[in-house]
Design a protein around this ligand. Structure first.
Ligand code: AMP
Length: 330
C-alpha cells in the first residue's frame, strides 16, 4: 500500500509547557511546516494515560492545541487530531502488531529500559508502558506515515516500528510502507540553575510559557552563567534559548555581539541577562496573547480536531480493512 501521511508526530497533552518544550518539541514542527511539508500532528492522549488519570488528560486537550497554535503551528498546513478519536482502529492494529514482537525485545527498547531503571519499576509500572512502542508503531502504520521527526533518543522507536512492519509484510504481503526517520536537531536545554535538564519538576530553573514578567526576570537574574571570558555549557544553553526565542535578526545580532564581547574577556554577563530577559518577555507576551485568543473560542478548537479526525479516520479505516483482509479476519 502507499504512503498516506507525509510527516507524522505526536504531542503529549500535558499542562504547563516550558521554553525547553517549545525549542525541543514544537519548533521542529514549525520548521517542517516552513520547509513546505504538511505534517499531521496527533494529541497523544492514549500514551499519556500510562501514568495519568484519563479524565485529567482529557481536560488538557484543548489547552495543548491552543499552545501549539499560539506557538506557530498553522492549521492550514498542519492537521491536528486526537489519538483516541480513532481508538477502535488503534486498539485493533496494536493487537495485530503485538504478535510480531516478543516481550524480551520490548524490554530491550532503550527508552523503556531507562524508564524502568530510573523512575519506574516493573513491579509498579503498568503494562501500557511495555506496550508503548507497539502503540507508537500502530500510530505510524495506521497512518501509513512516510517520515517521523525524532531526536536521537527516539530513533529506537522507529526501528521497532520498521521491524514490526517488515515482519508483518514478510508474512502477509506488502501492507505497510516503511516509515523513515526525519532527524531533527535535538536540543538539550539545561536548567537555568545549571543542574541537569530544564524540566517542569524544577520550576525555579525552568521558564514556563505561562510565567509572568516578574517571575521570568527573577529566574533569569538568578540564572547561573560563566566567568568572564569563559564559555561553559550553562551559558551555551542560555544562548540557545535566547537565540531560539528571538523573533528578529536584530535581536539575534545583538545576542551574538554580546557573546563576542564576552569571549573577548569583557564583563558583559549583566548586559546579556538583560537582553535574554527582554527577548524572552517579548516571546512570551506574544504567545500568551495568541493563546488567550484561541482559548476564548472552544468551538474553533473543536472544529480543528474534527477536521483532523476526518483525515485520520479515513486513513485508519483503509489500513484496517486491508489488514483484516490479508489476515482473513473479516
Ligand atoms: P516532557 O515535558 O518531559 O514530556 O517533554 C516533552 C518533549 O519536550 C520532549 O520529548 C522533548 O522533545 C522536549 N523537551 C523537554 N525538555 C527538554 C529539554 N530540557 N531540552 C530540550 N527538549 C526538551
Amino acid at each position: 500500500m502507499k504512503y498516506k501521511v507525509e510527516v507524522l508526530t505526536g504531542i503529549r497533552p500535558t499542562n504547563n509547557l516550558t521554553v525547553a518544550n517549545y525549542l525541543g518539541a514544537v519548533a521542529p514542527i514549525i520548521e517542517i511546516q516552513k520547509q513546505g511539508m504538511s505534517p499531521v500532528v496527533f494529541v497523544a492522549d492514549l500514551h499519556a494515560i500510562t501514568d495519568k488519570e484519563p479524565a485529567i488528560i482529557r481536560q488538557c486537550v484543548h489547552g495543548v492545541v491552543a499552545d501549539y497554535i499560539a506557538l506557530g503551528v498553522e492549521p492550514k498546513k498542519t492537521k491536528i487530531y486526537l489519538q483516541s478519536d480513532i481508538i477502535g482502529e488503534l486498539a485493533t492494529l496494536t493487537t495485530f502488531l503485538a504478535r510480531h514482537i516478543t516481550v524480551a525485545e520490548l524490554l530491550r527498547v532503550p527508552t523503556l529500559k531507562d524508564k524502568l531503571k530510573v523512575n519506574m519499576h516493573p513491579e509498579t509500572a503498568n503494562t501500557l508502558l511495555l506496550l508503548y512502542p507497539v502503540l507508537m508503531a500502530a500510530d505510524i502504520l495506521l497512518n501509513r506515515a512516510k517520515k517521523i521527526p525524532v531526536g536521537e533518543d527516539q530513533l529506537a522507536h522507529i526501528e521497532v516500528t520498521r521491524m514490526i512492519a517488515k515482519r508483518f509484510n514478510k508474512k502477509y504481503g506488502e501492507i505497510f510502507p516503511l516509515p523513515e526517520v526525519l532527524q531533527v536537531k535535538s536540543l538539550r536545554i539545561l536548567s537555568l540553575k545549571g543542574e541537569g535538564k530544564m524540566s517542569k519538576t524544577n520550576p525555579e530553573g525552568a521558564i514556563f510559557l505561562t510565567d509572568d514578567p516578574k517571575t521570568v526576570t527573577r529566574k533569569i537574574n538568578s540564572a547561573e552563567t560563566a566567568f568572564e571570558g569563559v564559555m561553559n555549557e550553562k551559558l551555551e544553553s542560555h544562548i540557545l534559548i535566547a537565540n531560539g526565542l528571538a523573533k528578529t535578526e536584530l535581536e539575534r545580532d545583538e545576542i551574538n555581539a554580546i557573546i563576542k564581547e564576552h569571549k573577548d574577556g569583557k564583563p558583559v554577563m549583566g548586559k546579556f541577562k538583560q537582553l535574554f530577559a527582554i527577548v524572552t518577555l517579548n516571546f512570551l507576551k506574544e504567545f500568551q496573547i495568541k493563546r488567550a485568543a484561541v482559548m476564548r473560542d472552544p468551538s474553533y478548537i473543536t472544529s480543528l480536531l474534527k477536521e483532523g479526525r476526518e483525515v485520520a479516520q479515513k486513513n485508519a479505516t483503509e489500513t484496517i480493512e486491508k489488514v483484516k483482509e490479508v489476515l482473513r479476519f473479516i
